[in-house]
Design a protein. Sequence first.
Length: 265
Amino acid sequence: MNPVALITGASRGIGRGIAIELAKIGYDLVINYARASEAAEKTAADCIAEAKASGKTVRALTCRADISLSEDRQRLVDFARREFLRIDLLVNNAGVAPTVRADILEADEQSFDRLMAINVKGPYFLTQQIARWMIELTQRLPPGPEYRPKIVTVSSISAYTASTNRGDYCVSKAALSMLTSLFAIRLAPHGINVYEIRPGIIATDMTSGVKEKYDKLIAEGLTPINRWGTPQDVGRAVAAIAQNLLPFSTGEAINVDGGFHLRWL
Ligand code: NAP
């Protein structure tokens, strides 16, 4: 039986990169998305093909659900339970940036509420629900080589880097660092490790509108590893966790940012 991962926001971008890397190592997948069903179906088909090319057979199913809505989260969990009967890895990846970058002296509550609902409330309560299911499973499948459930949350360098023209995004990502600490402590006695991944500047739809700005900053030496990151870079970090390569680490923040977080002289 393959291990099973549920990835939120896996139709495009980083979530898609994570799904493909997990498929290559033999994970069955629940590919969640909010709107773009064609992209999600393509990700699922590509996951199956990439797995096959790596000598694995996996199932990859899509499930539309808005993670900011309680009834949608319930439907997503019910879908995973019904289709796969087990869960080994939750990847809280779905997230949105503000539609308009506005100075914190001007920004409105509507944008703040939207970001908090999708970027924070969604992963917080989905983690709660999946963690309960994982605990239930550990009672049936004792933790060990057979069942080592894990939770990964994709935050951002914005968890600690202040951008005053998108304060709501920064606050939402900082909250995910605390989410990681809280669940890491609470779930350690159950053998469930919890990780945060902090991507840097990654080429996706989210950053396409600011491509020129970041091209310039990267060319000027913003990051020691002097290039854009890719969804695959993040996918590989999640795959390392998924393969249990960090068994004595929990609550850990893993920077996938080309060294952006380093200070140097
Ligand atoms: P993206 O290309 O805009 O993709 C966003 C994904 O999230 C899509 O699959 C989208 O589904 C899904 N989504 C959006 N709202 C949702 C909701 N309410 N419920 C369920 N799914 C939802 O973004 P990305 O760049 O891959 O970013 C993925 C994560 O990485 C986000 O949390 C983001 O904050 C974080 N991140 C990104 C960067 C970067 O440079 N790109 C850097 C640091 C952190 P649909 O296709 O259906 O719309």
